[in-house]
Design a protein around this ligand. Structure first.
Ligand SMILES: [Ca+2]
Ligand SMILES: [Ca+2]
Ligand SMILES: [Ca+2]
Length: 374
C-alpha cells in the first residue's frame, strides 16, 4: 500500500486546482506530457480541498480522459482497485505526483468506488482442520421385540385318566372318593404288562426281602389269577412304585372296603387262596373285590408290633384286632406293619374291620398279599 501513498494527494491537488478555476486554462493550455503522463501542476498550494470536492473532481478527471495518466511510483500491476480495502486509501496517504493517469486502467476508478472505497476479494478457503475427538456414548436403545415362540417340549409320561383306567386295560382300578384303588389283589410280574408272575405258590421273588434292589417287579390288578403272596411290605411297596402306584393308607383301605359282605360270600373259610374276582359277590360299594378274606393285604401304616389279639364287637362282625401292646407286655422295639381284611381261613375273624399288626414289614406269609392305590 505504501506505493500508492501520495496518489490521492496528487489527485486532490489536481482537483483543487480545477476548483479554483485554474484547471480549465491550465488543462487546456498545458496538456500532459505524453512521454511521462505527468500533469503539470505547480506548487505550493496554500489551501487543501474538502474530500467531497476531491471526489467530484476526480470523477470529472476520469470522464475527461484521466485513464491516459498513470501513477509513476507504483510498480506496474502491483495495485489494482480490488486490492484496496474500503476506505483504506485516503487523500492524506497520497504524496504529490504519485498517481499518474497512465497507470489507471480504463474505468478503474469511478465516482462510486471512490466514495465507498474498494473492497478486497475474499481469501481462498483454508485447509481442512484436524479430526475432532470421539463423542460421548449415546443413551441405551429401546427394548427389542419379543422373539419367536420356541418349539414344543418333549412328550410327558402317560397320565392317569380321571376314571381310574390305566394304559394297561388288564390292570383295573376303581374310584374311591379322591383316590383310585386296585380292583383286585395284586399279582406281581416281571414286566409292567405281564411276563412271569411271582409269588403264586412260593417265595420266588427276584429281589431282596428288604426291597432295596426291587427294580424288576411290577404290581398289576388283574382278574382271574392267583394273587401274589409270600411278599414283604418292602417288596410290595417297590413293585407298586415300579407301576406308578403305592400302598393305600389304612384310612384309604377302610374307605374302599365299605359294603363288602362279612360272610362266606368272600373267601374266608376255604383254607386256600382263590383267583382274583372268583367270588363275584365279595365286592365293595366302590367296586373293589376280595377286600374281605382270600389274602390279608398290606397297607401303608405301621404301629408298635402286636403280640396278642382281641375281637371287635358283633356289630363289627366280631373281626379280629391285633394292635399295640397290652399292659405288662414288653415292647419288641419293632414296628408292626398293618394287614387288613382277614384271609382264606379266618372265619368270622375276617371282615371289613379285621386288622393285624403282628407281622413285621420284613415278614412274608402264604396269607399275606396287597393291593395298590394312586
Ligand atoms: Ca422273601
Ligand atoms: Ca383280601
Ligand atoms: Ca368278621
Amino acid at each position: 500500500m505504501s506505493g500508492i501513498r501520495g496518489g490521492e494527494a496528487y489527485v486532490r491537488r489536481f482537483v483543487w486546482l480545477a476548483g479554483r478555476g485554474g484547471l480549465g486554462s491550465r488543462w487546456r493550455g498545458a496538456p500532459a506530457d505524453p512521454s511521462s503522463g505527468r500533469i503539470p501542476i505547480h506548487k505550493p498550494f496554500a489551501r487543501r480541498p474538502r474530500h467531497a470536492t476531491v471526489v467530484a473532481y476526480l470523477a470529472l478527471f476520469v470522464a475527461l480522459g484521466g485513464g491516459a495518466y498513470a501513477v509513476t511510483q507504483a510498480p506496474k500491476n502491483s495495485v489494482v482497485s480490488k486490492s484496496i480495502k474500503k476506505n483504506a486509501v485516503k487523500s492524506k496517504h497520497i504524496k504529490d505526483g504519485q498517481v499518474k493517469t497512465a497507470e489507471l486502467a480504463d474505468r478503474a476508478v469511478t465516482a462510486a468506488k471512490l466514495a465507498e472505497g474498494v473492497g478486497g476479494e475474499a481469501g481462498s478457503q483454508g485447509q481442512t482442520g484436524p479430526q475432532g475427538q470421539t463423542g460421548a456414548q449415546g443413551e441405551t436403545g429401546a427394548q427389542g421385540q419379543t422373539g419367536a415362540q420356541g418349539q414344543p417340549g418333549a412328550q410327558g409320561e402317560p397320565g392317569w385318566k380321571d376314571d381310574c383306567s390305566t394304559e394297561d386295560p388288564a390292570d383295573v382300578m376303581v374310584k374311591v372318593g379322591s383316590v383310585c384303588i386296585d380292583r383286585y389283589e395284586v399279582s406281581v410280574w416281571s414286566s409292567p404288562t405281564g411276563g412271569t408272575q411271582y409269588g403264586t405258590s412260593s417265595d420266588d421273588y427276584p429281589c431282596n426281602d428288604n426291597g432295596q434292589d426291587c427294580t424288576n417287579i411290577y404290581a398289576r390288578s388283574v382278574a382271574g389269577v392267583t394273587p401274589s403272596r409270600f411278599i414283604t411290605y418292602f417288596q410290595a411297596q417297590q413293585a407298586l412304585a415300579n407301576s406308578q402306584k403305592r400302598l393305600p393308607s389304612n384310612a384309604e383301605w377302610q374307605m374302599a372296603v365299605a359294603g363288602t359282605p362279612d360272610s362266606t360270600a368272600c373267601n374266608v373259610s376255604t383254607g386256600s387262596v382263590a383267583n382274583t374276582g372268583a367270588n363275584a359277590a365279595c365286592i365293595s360299594n366302590h367296586g373293589a373285590n376280595d377286600m374281605v378274606g382270600n389274602l390279608y393285604e398290606w397297607v401303608g401304616d405301621w404301629d408298635e408290633q402286636a403280640l396278642a389279639c382281641a375281637n371287635w364287637p358283633a356289630g363289627y362282625g366280631s373281626d379280629i384286632t391285633c394292635i399295640g401292646r397290652g399292659s405288662g407286655e414288653a415292647s419288641t422295639r419293632f414296628p408292626g406293619a398293618l394287614v387288613r381284611g382277614g384271609f382264606f381261613n379266618g372265619g368270622s375273624n375276617a371282615g371289613p374291620f379285621a386288622v393285624s399288626g403282628i407281622g413285621l414289614p420284613s415278614s412274608s406269609a402264604s396269607a399275606f398279599g396287597f393291593r395298590g392305590a394312586r
